[in-house]
Design a protein around this ligand. Structure first.
Ligand code: FAD
Length: 412
């Protein structure tokens, strides 16, 4: 076994990359995933809401994964579930272990790292109170338990967090017999769409407490109650289960240990617009790049990375990362890609770049400017910039053909 391209992670990003590569005639692609089935996080999600940006359809997670596999020519790309990439080194060289591969070293011409995100466990969130053995979960763990038919810890649950994923738990709960009795958000607004709060209240009968922190979780063997510190005072809510949502970090240990440059702002590898990392021949895509975008965006990034890798293999794209680094003005939390190549490369039908730009804190009425060598080349007015929302920016407005100092600023 010596694949031309190795893809680490078979979530939406990795699978879409495999589809894009096979569509461009690339052979001998190996897609590795340490889990026992391929598909990444969506394969556990039985609710609608996946894949919009990629296919302009909203599908269940499992259906979206079937779509991506259906688009892949499996005579050119082999899927290896239960296969972990243990190490990656310059070359690139990978050490993999799995039932079909055994423990072996492979030397592909190109690698795509698409290892996604993980949710911070409770300990990492410094939650006070007892440490019940049963009943404290993350949303990802809940989805897995539902899919695998693992019995749920009791009927009553409280959800901590209010971004899209937290509200998706309301749908999952319906399938698995859980009754969500409350949601709590430390901030002063829900992080999903504003309409999610009234929907939770009216359709699901679930109150969403804002400006609310956890005072303590009570219980020994199992969770018995949670005490919330609300603006109105302490509120004890009897429950059997506490579900944490929304504290995602890139699953980057493999990338870090391989020595890829990591952006401290995102926690993921530094890439340029061609999805190239700091190591020649190693590309990255999907939520590994930053926590988090939707499955459709992750798949678009994967498809773009597939096109870039095909161009690299055909000799149209250099494997080495661009030199120009984006300067970021005050209030910009991060921008992905972090680097920009000024040379024009014809990527033939590649998915367009979808930059991830985020602000450090909410802002009203601001202008986003893109400049190079001191001259503004694009700007966009925004009525409201919310911390967790992706902000559209047109990086393609940057001129090609000469070195430059690209820069993004927020002007109040
Ligand atoms: C509970 C929940 C609900 C969600 N709901 C929605 C929704 O309604 N709509 C939506 O669009 N998005 C939703 N999302 C987000 C969506 O799941 C992600 O955007 C998407 O899965 C990201 O794709 P990815 O390929 O980057 O990563 P992942 O899907 O995380 O895939 C990464 C894969 O890499 C594998 N891997 C990691 N390290 C290794 C290694 N060393 N070796 C081998 N394999 C490895 C992992 O096993 C995993 O399968 C939800 C997420 C969660 C957690």
């Amino acid at each position: 076994m010596n694949p031309t391209v190795a893809i680490v992670g078979a979530g939406p990003a990795g699978l879409a990359a495999a589809a894009a590569l096979t569509a461009r005639g690339v052979r001998d692609i190996a897609v590795f995933d340490r889990d026992d089935t391929v598909g990444g996080l969506p394969r556990y999600c039985g609710h609608l809401g996946f894949g919009w940006e990629y296919s302009h359809r909203l599908e269940k997670g499992s259906a979206f994964i079937r779509r991506l596999i259906g688009e892949t020519d499996l005579s050119r790309a082999a899927l290896y579930p239960r296969t972990t990439v243990l190490e990656m080194a310059p070359g690139p060289v990978l050490r993999v272990v799995g039932p079909e591969t055994g423990l072996r070293e492979i030397r592909p011409k190109a690698v795509l790292v698409a290892t996604g995100v993980r949710e911070r466990p409770r300990a990492a969130r410094l939650v006070p109170g007892a440490r019940p053995e049963r009943g404290v979960l993350t949303t990802g763990a809940l989805q897995q338990m539902e899919t695998r038919g693992i019995p749920m810890p009791g009927p009553r649950a409280v959800v901590i967090g209010s971004e899209h994923v937290a509200f998706s738990v309301l749908l999952t709960a319906r399938h698995c017999g859980l009754k969500i009795v409350a949601m709590a958000e430390p901030g002063n607004r829900v992080l999903s769409l504003a309409v999610a709060r009234p929907i939770a209240r009216v359709v699901f009968g679930v109150p969403v407490f804002l400006n609310t922190e956890i005072e303590e979780i009570q219980g020994r063997a199992t969770v018995e109650a949670i005490v919330l510190r609300t603006p109105e005072g302490l509120r004890r809510i009897p429950c059997d289960c506490v579900i944490f949502s929304g504290s995602f970090v890139p699953d980057a240990p493999l990338s870090e240990e391989a020595g890829l440059a990591i952006d401290p702002r995102t926690g993921g590898p530094v890439i340029d617009q061609f999805m190239r990392t700091s190591q020649p021949g190693v590309f990255a895509a999907g939520n590994l790049l930053r926590p988090v975008e939707s499955s459709g965006v992750a798949a678009c990034e994967g498809a773009r990375a597939g096109a870039c890798i095909a161009a690299f293999l055909a000799g149209h794209l250099d494997g080495t990362q661009a030199a120009s680094v984006f300067g970021l003005g005050e209030g910009v939390r991060y921008l992905v890609p972090q680097r920009w190549a000024m040379d024009a490369v014809d990527l033939r039908d590649a998915r367009p770049l979808r930059p991830s730009l985020r602000v450090s804190s909410d802002m009203e009425a601001a202008r986003v400017t893109l400049a190079t060598d001191g001259a503004v080349v694009w700007q966009g007015r925004r009525r409201r910039l919310l911390r967790e929302r992706r902000i559209a920016i047109n990086l393609d407005a940057l001129p090609s053909g000469r070195p430059a100092a690209p820069r993004v600023d927020l002007v109040a």
